[in-house]
Each structure stands twice: as C-alpha cells, then as structure tokens.
Design a protein around this ligand. Structure first.
Ligand SMILES: Cc1cc2nc3c(=O)[nH]c(=O)nc-3n(C[C@H](O)[C@H](O)[C@H](O)COP(=O)(O)OP(=O)(O)OC[C@H]3O[C@@H](n4cnc5c(N)ncnc54)[C@H](O)[C@@H]3O)c2cc1C
Length: 1003
C-alpha cells in the first residue's frame, strides 16, 4: 500500500470512529419515513410506487384524492406486504379527509428532512442552529422547472430577496474556522441557471447567455456589495456547456473580473469533466483572480442515462460507479494542485472521497482552512459532525422552498439515499465493512471493466428471445450540445446557401429530363429567396415514367431481396454522410428548426435501415406449420408499379419511408414529392442514384398533384398508391383508385395516411411542469404543421386555472423567428396559401370562441403566424373539428374524465392523442379508451420513432397502416402460399425445411 493510500485509510478510519461515536441510522427521522425507506430498499416495486406517490402528492388537495391515489398506487401490489398495505388503504378510506391530511403531513415530513426551510425567515432557524454546530451554509431556492419567462423572472427576484435577507440576518457572524476567512464568505448562494431562462436550448448557448447574463448581473452586484459568495450549480448535461460559458463570460467582464467570491460545479460522473476543469483553470489563470470549484459526482445520473439511450447518444456519464469515484479523486488532485488560483469545495458524503481529499491536501502541504467540505442538508449528519471535530470547514447545502417545487429535489434525494450503488446506503443501512468502503476505486474500476465484458456477451444471447423488431437499433439524433455539431450545422447552412436557386431535372428511366415549365420552391422565412427550380412533369412525362417503371419491374421483382436491402443501407449511409447538408436544406426549403430538421433526416435513415431489417425477416418463403406429409410456404410478391405521393412537412422522412418500403419489397416507383419540398426530393433521387438504383426502378417526378398526380392515380399500369397528406386529397385518391380502368391488371392498393385533430388531455393531478412544456411543443413545434400535432387541449376543470396561466406564459416565452438561427421553436408556415388559410381560421376562432392568447410581434417578412390559443371552445366549433395545420390551439374545459374522453374522441380523426396524469387508474382508462392510432401518456404526442412507435391512424386519419412498424411492408406486397403434398404412397420425409428460396419471386 502506498503512503497516500495508507493515509486515506487512516483518515477514513478516524472519520468512521467519530461517526460511530454518535451513531445515527441512514434515515435519521424516525417513524413513517424510516419505515418507508426500509421497505423501498427491500422491494424495488414498492420503491417505484412510493416515489411516484410522493411525486404526485403535493399536487393533491382533497383528502379523497389522496386516498384514491394511495389505493391506486399500492392496493394491487403483489409482494409480501400486500395484506398490510391493503389494510392500511382500507382504513384510510374510512375517513379520507383525515387520513389524506395525515399522509400529506407525513410526506411533508419526509420533504422537510431535505428542505431546510419554506422561506427566507424559516430557513434562518436552521442556519442559526448549524452556526452553533460550526457548520456554514449555502442556500438554494427550489424550483428548477421554469416553463416561462414569468416564472424565470420570479426566480431571479426570489434570489435577490433571499440575498438581502441573509445579508441582514447574518450580520456579525464570523467564520467558523477563523483562518483564511476571506476565501469563504458567510453568505453563500447557490443558483440554478436553468431556472433563470425558460428557453435554454443546447444548440444555442449564445442565446442562453444573452438572456441569462442580464438576469444574473443584478444578483451578482448585490451579492458583491453584501460580501456574499455566488455559486453556479450544475444541472443536466444539456445545459453544462452554456453554464460554463456563461460563468467565464460574466466573470471576465471588467465589472466582475477582480471578484473572487464566485464558484461553479464540476460533476465528476461526466466523462468530459477533466477537460472542463482544465479549461476553467486556464481561464482562471488568464483572468488573474481566484475563483472556486465545487466538485461533486453529480445528481442526474439516471436522467442522463435514459436520455442518451433514447436518443442513441453515447452516454456522457460513466457507467460504473467506481469510475465516478476515481474521477472524483483525479479531479481532487487537479484542484488541489492548482490551489494558487482555485478554492476547492468537495461536495460528497462518501468517506473514501473525503478522506482522499484530506490526505492529498496534507501531502501537498495545503492548510485545511483553504478548502471546504460541502454536504447536503438532511444527509450524513454524523459525517458533518466528524469533519467539524477534525477541524475542517463544513458547509451545508440548504434548499429553501415550498413542497410542490421541491418534489423533484426530494425524489432525487430519495433515489440517492436508497441507491444500491450509493455510499450512504452502504454505510448506514447495509453495514458494509469499513475496509470495503475505503477501497481504492482504481482497483474496483479494473475489476468492473471485466464485468462489463460479461454483460455485453449476455446481451447478445438475450436478443435471441426478443422479437425481431425489438433488436433494431435506431440511428442516433445529432446532439447539438456539442459545439462541433453546432459548427457543422452553421457551415452546412452557409454551404447550402451558395447552392440555392439551382435547377433540378426530372429523372425518368435513369435519364435527366428537362421540361418547359419549372416549379420554384421558395424559402418560407424569406419568400424572395428561391431554394431551387425543379422541372415540372406533365402528362407526357408521367406516361414515360409509368412505362419505365413497368419495364424495370420485370427485372427488379426478381432481384434478390438481399440486393434490395443493401441498396437501402447504402442510401442510409449516404444520408448519414450528407446529414448536415440535408438538414440545412430543410431549414431553407420548409422552415424547420435545426433539431426538427435533424429529426427528419434521422427518421429517413431509420426507415431505410428498419425496412431493410424487416425485409430480411419476411423475405424468404417460410413454413406456415409443420405437418407431416405436406409443406406450405407463405411468402410475398411485389405488387408492381408504386406511385408515392408525399407531403412537405417531413420532406425527406415520409418520402423516403414510402419509397424504400415499396422498393425493398420489389416494386418499382414513381416518386412525386410535394411541390414545396421538391428540392429535398431531388436530393433524395441523387442519393438513390449514387447508391446504385437501376434505371427505371425509381423515377423522380415532381409536378402538379391535381393534374399529373391525378393522371397517375387513374393510370391502369399503376398498381399501388402510397399517399400521405390531407384528408381531402386522400379521400379523392381512395375513391379514384377504387374505379377499375380498362386494361387494369389488379385491384389498386391504396396506403393512405391523412390528417388528425389530435387532443391532449390534462388530468387534475397532472405534473404541470411536464404537461405544459410537452403540450406547447406538441402544439407549436414546427409551427403545428405535423399531422400528429396537438390542436385540441382538454383540461380538467380542477386544474384549469393554474394550467392555463402557465400555458399562456409558456406560449408567450416561445422563440419565434427564422429557423436558420439555432434554438428557434416556431418558424414560418410553409407558404402563402397556408398562411392565408390559417389566418382565416384564426378569424373564425375569434367569432366562435375567446382569443385567450396571441403572440405579439412575429417577423414581418416570411410566412409567420403568431402562436395563438383559443379558450371557451365548443367541441363542435369549426376550429375544434377541422384540421388547421398551423400554430393554433383550441382549449376546452372538461367537467370530469368521462367528459374529457368524450370530447377527445368526438372527431372524425383518430391519429394521435395525449394524456397527462399521475393516477394509475386514469392512465389505464386512457390507454383503453382514447380512440387514436398512437396514444401517448405523459409525453408529447409528436416525435414518433421508427420501430419504437409505429405511426399511423384510422377513421379519417388513415387506413390503419403503421409506418415504421413490423407489418408496414406487407401493404406493399401480395401474400402467397404454396402447398405441396410430399407424401408418396404413404411415405413422407420426416423433416421439412423452415425456409425455401425457389419461388421467391414471380417468373
Ligand atoms: C453540497 C453539495 C452540492 C451539490 N451540488 C450539485 C450540483 O450542483 N449538481 C449536481 O449534479 N450534483 C450536485 N451534488 C451531487 C449530488 O447531489 C450527490 O449528492 C452526489 O453525487 C452524491 O455523491 P457522494 O460522493 O456523496 O456519494 P456516492 O454514493 O459515493 O456516489 C453517488 C454518485 O455516484 C454516481 N453513480 C451512481 N451510480 C453510478 C454508475 N453506475 N456509474 C457511474 N456513476 C454512478 C452518481 O453521480 C451518484 O450521485 C451536490 C452534492 C453536495 C453534497
């Protein structure tokens, strides 16, 4: 054992000795809380239910509601405590008013264990008590989820008020250690940066900084005048870079450049923490004034894991707990070695991490009064006491606020306290030995990387049992948190700008075809800019395309499906290579915001890869049943010539999705993009050509839907029509295709995806932090021009006033503008016709209902429509029944849940529906009763992911097909079964192969 390790061991043992002098269980508050936590640690299912119940409780006001939720969360638990819990629930039901209040009181007690005070006056009691124990404080105001600028401004004023109060109340307080006191002001405020600006977008740190800096400066000035210290807390990874940049920018300003009483958090669980810390240190040296860093492991590990997995991103956090511990030690060394410029605060409850910092500081000759330990209020009390006794400086992180905004914080603390991986549970609950607790994390990292290898092997074999579509891994989204990705997008926008105005020919039978007429595709943000001129196909070109596709079909249908799958995969590769360029083009051509454009490219890639994957699973003739003496093989033949008619709102994804499904199943295709997005269509054709699509197999044919499109729909040689667009056109196609033309070989098959009038319901107990943000995004993201968009919001009476207030403030805070700028949520609508039509609907709305909110100024140039909200909307009103396809939201108040479901289901459409609730019973009802192809619970109702959320509606929204689903390809093919009697005079072979390939394609 090296000298440092020996010293860590010695220090650690000393801390434990002191801790054991005043033993305290993990959950110091006796009674209800202790019992709940003990149960949680024994039973994962109980823990989930308990934390969910705690999460909803603060928003419940009536005793009956509380007891009702208690029943729903716990009555059906299938564990050893079920009878006990059921008895409790039954008892609670007898006098719901009283039991509701008792429960509330108990859970408030739980929260009070972690929340130091409800308001500035209240918290002073705690701070005074700590002062007598030699413990300092940093105060944090709870309330991180701000959904509007109004809420952000309120947070800023509360910070100022708190500062004033603390300054006044702590006058005359002295430093508990009494040495180097100038480095550690008594008043210390921790600020959550995201609570100061509601529109923080990782893609646009400059905008975040431009909004945050003016809000922070008055707080900083006041803090400096009062001699206080201000710390920037660190939150999710998405906000990390903006927070660091903001910190450096503000404190380089002449006004604050020589102010040392400032600090920021570095999270050791992040893989790039070391780079960030080194960067901060060189910034600090250049600045020439001391600053502080609070080193922590990090509080959002589960969230980061979930988010990165869902989006296909590499995890920003370490995956093994000892890696975080080891990194904490690496960063501790860097901090202490740079003590001349940075003051370190070690934010940990882990005795090993603390002992390491102590031992290393000694080894480097740093006096223990020059750094401090920080621990959370309500946690690790004995460790705090021990550190004070050892003469170290201890500061307690003390959250202030009401129960409701404190819930997220409380749940984080509960998770941390009960985590299998956590130090506190290991020491104070599971009684893990001191030797184990003081082990060097470096040794554990080495051991656990072996473990990780085993895990990978197991995962592969586990996949054998999972259904085939489950193992599809989606293409990742671009993560605009990274500066390099922001730069690539900016470069692509500049590059694509130089290509605007080019001309694009039709492609028929592999040849470029120019026509007399062209379609000018314009930029909806700047209608004077032409994105491209695309040759317009007329009837003669349509005829040529059908002929080419018909001829090419003969060979394509016999091309092995593996060849067709590989074509799709090459297309996805090229899209990946040209990803930023394609996104930039969408920004110009259809007014998509960066992330929306990237989402469209990702979806297009997913369609290619997913359909290739699906085709491999249905491509070979497969035995239907094993029966002695007979063989039956089911397999699929292509239908023939497919006409693809796509919309402009997902210009690459929907066009590629329908096209690739048709091609991979062996059909040949005439691809007609929307006129408004014909340049994206031309790029897709280019990509297919580069990928090697044979001549005639895919033909690019932009033109007028009403003329050339209608001609093709009626054409006797077109066998299949895949359409996505408006109900009006969809129904016309459906009808036309139903009439058999002379010479037609087969029934035309129509795949028809149409619009929606999608409803989102906000239940009385919904989490408004989520419901408001997700509804705003569902209604106004991409200007409401998604068929999945929320256009009717149904709010339960009980929660209506609060939900509406927050919703309107959130809508007022949205960033509206030219989506060339990063971080814009609402851009222009697609063209002048749409602009006019939507404005007409707004006029109708003003007559039919109450205009509750309309955004003020929007850019004058371009087809911008201000986000608009109507209330008092009659469910039968025009604006509540017709698809508007713009940023217009109709809000309807519902008496109760029955009323809400009835309103939601009362339209002719059935595409998407959303439901926000924390009542398990109501959630179950919504799952069963909402009439929509895609029902989303507690999340936005847009943003379907290929494979994960097969997408499509029924009723007047479509024929029930599911793009991106396992059965989608079957619509592009005719199923066939070949049966052979293999018995000869009573004798039959005993084995039959599962697959045969002989009759794969028609001869
Ligand atoms: C005063 C103070 C202020 C804080 N401020 C912030 C802040 O601004 N921002 C912030 O994010 N956090 C902050 N934290 C940290 C956070 O809230 C936790 O308290 C802290 O991470 C717990 O670490 P520990 O050393 O006490 O416990 P330990 O039990 O040793 O470590 C637990 C930590 O390990 C990490 N971990 C768990 N499982 C894994 C795994 N499988 N792989 C990798 N890592 C894993 C997690 O980060 C977890 O929190 C603060 C903590 C304190 C004490």
């Amino acid at each position: 054992m090296g000298a440092l390790q020996a010293e860590i061991q010695r220090r650690g043992e000393r801390i434990f000795e002191l801790v054991d002098e005043h033993p305290e269980p993990l959950f110091s508050k006796a009674g209800f809380y202790q019992r709940m936590m003990a149960l949680s640690m024994r039973d994962e299912q109980f823990k989930v239910q308990l934390f969910r119940f705690v999460d909803v409780l603060a928003s419940l006001h009536r005793g009956t509601d509380i007891v009702q939720h208690l029943d729903e969360y716990f009555a059906d638990m299938r564990n050893g405590y079920a009878p006990l819990i059921r008895t409790g629930v039954r008892a609670a039901k007898i006098l719901p008013f009283i039991s509701g209040q008792v429960l509330r009181w108990n859970v408030s007690g739980m929260a009070r264990q972690f929340i130091a005070g409800r308001n500035p006056e209240d918290v002073m009691r705690t701070l005074r008590k700590r002062r007598t124990q030699g413990i300092g404080f940093t105060v944090d105001i709870l309330g991180e989820a701000v959904v509007s600028e109004q809420e952000a401004n309120e947070y800023a004023s509360r910070c100022l008020e708190l500062l004033e109060h603390l300054g006044r109340e702590t006058r005359g307080w002295s430093d508990p250690v009494g040495k180097n006191a100038d480095l550690f002001p008594v008043v210390n405020l921790s600020v959550k940066i995201s609570a100061l600006y509601s529109q923080m977008n990782p893609a646009d740190p400059a905008d975040a900084i431009a909004h945050l800096a003016p809000k922070l400066r008055p707080i900083l000035r006041r803090a400096r005048d009062l001699g206080a210290f201000v710390n920037f807390d660190m939150e999710s990874f998405a906000h990390k870079n903006s927070t660091l940049e903001l910190f450096k920018m503000l404190f380089t300003e002449p006004e604050f450049r020589d102010w040392p009483q400032i600090g920021i958090v570095i999270q050791a669980y992040l893989r790039d923490a070391e780079d960030d810390l080194r960067d901060l240190l060189s910034w600090g040296r250049e600045r020439g004034t001391r600053f502080a860093v609070r080193l922590v492991k990090g509080a959002y590990w589960d969230f980061e894991q979930i988010k990165s997995r869902q989006n296909g991103w590499g995890s920003p956090v370490f995956l093994q707990k000892p890696e975080s511990d080891l990194n904490f030690e690496v960063l501790t060394r860097i901090l202490l070695e740079n003590e001349s410029i940075v003051t370190a605060a070690f934010g940990s409850h882990n005795v090993r991490s603390i002992a390491h910092a102590q031992a290393l500081a000694d080894q480097l000759g740093i006096d223990h009064s020059r750094f401090e330990f920080q621990l959370l209020y309500g946690m690790a009390g004995p460790v705090k006491r021990a550190l004070v006794e050892m003469g170290y400086r201890v500061r307690e992180y003390s959250p202030v606020g009401e129960l409701l905004p404190g819930m997220a914080y409380l749940v984080r603390r509960l998770l941390e306290n009960t985590s299998n991986e956590g130090f506190l549970r290991a020491k104070f609950s599971d009684n893990v030995s001191e030797t184990k607790l003081l082990r060097d994390p470096a040794e554990l990292v080495a051991q656990s990387s072996d473990g990780a290898r085993h895990l990978a092997v197991n995962r592969d074999s586990a996949s054998l049992d999972t259904p085939p579509d489950d193992i599809y891994e989606n293409a990742p989204l671009v993560n605009f948190v990274y500066q390099q990705n922001q730069d690539r997008m900016r470069d692509a926008l500049a590059q694509v700008r130089t290509q605007l105005g080019q001309k694009y020919p039709l492609v028929i039978n592999g040849s470029r075809v120019w026509t007399d007429k062209t379609i000018a595709s314009i930029n909806p943000s700047s209608p004077d800019i032409v994105v491209g001129h695309v040759a317009e196909a007329g009837i003669p070109e349509a005829e040529r395309a059908v002929k080419a596709a018909r001829t090419a079909f003969e060979k394509w249908k016999r091309t092995p499906f593996e060849t067709r799958c590989r074509l799709l995969e090459r297309v996805a590769d090229i899209m990946h290579r040209r990803r930023y360029e394609l996104s930039a083009l969408e920004v110009y051509e259809v007014g998509k915001a960066w992330a929306e454009a990237d989402g469209d490219i990702r979806e297009a890639m997913d369609f290619c890869l997913f359909y290739a994957h699906q085709m491999r699973s249905i491509g070979r003739p497969r035995l239907t049943q094993y029966v002695l003496g007979e063989e039956s093989y089911r397999h699929y033949w292509p239908r023939g010539v497919a006409l693809i008619i796509a919309p402009w709102n997902f210009p690459l994804a929907i066009l590629s999705g329908m096209t690739t499904a048709a091609l991979v199943t062996g059909n040949t295709v005439i691809m007609k993009p929307a006129e408004q997005s014909a340049v994206v269509g031309a790029r897709l054709m280019e990509i297919f050509e580069e990928a090697g699509v044979p001549p005639g197999v895919l033909n690019y044919l932009p033109g007028k839907g009403s003329v050339m499109g209608a001609h093709l729909v009626d054409h006797k040689d077109v066998d299949l029509i895949a359409f996505t667009g408006s109900r009006e056109v969809g129904l016309r196609i459906f009808e036309s295709a139903g009439k058999t033309k002379e010479g037609q070989r087969q029934l035309k098959h129509v795949i028809c995806e149409m619009g929606g009038k999608n409803a989102v319901i906000i239940d009385a107990d919904a989490d408004l932090d989520e419901a408001v943000v997700d509804t705003i995004y569902s209604a106004f993201g991409y200007q409401g021009q998604k068929c999945s968009a929320c256009s009717r919001l149904i709010i339960l009476e009980d929660i209506y006033p609060r939900a509406m207030e927050r919703l309107m403030n959130a809508a007022a805070s949205l960033r509206v503008g030219n989506p060339e700028q990063p971080g814009i949520t609402v851009g222009p609508v697609i063209d002048g016709t749409a602009h006019k039509r939507i404005l007409e609907y707004i006029e109708i709305g003003k007559k039919e209902s109450r205009l509750a909110f309309q955004r003020g100024a929007v850019p004058e140039k371009g087809f911008f429509i201000p986000p608009t909200i109507f209330t008092n909307v009659d469910p039968k009103a025009k604006i509540a029944c017709e698809e508007i396809f713009g940023p217009v939201l109709s809000v309807i108040k519902a008496r109760d849940l029955d009323d809400a479901f009835e309103i939601a289901n009362s339209t002719e459409f059935a595409l998407t529906a959303g439901f926000f609730s924390r009542s398990p019973a109501n959630i179950e009802r919504a799952k069963a009763e909402l009439v929509a192809g895609n029902v989303y619970i507690n999340r936005s109702c847009t943003g379907a992911v290929v494979g994960r959320h097969p997408f499509g509606g029924f009723k007047m929204s479509g024929g029930g097909t599911k793009a991106g689903g396992a059965d989608y390809l079957l619509h592009f093919a005719v199923p066939r079964v070949v049966t052979e009697n293999i018995t000869r005079h009573g004798f039959a072979p005993e084995t039959t192969p599962e697959f045969r390939d002989e009759f794969l394609g028609p001869r």
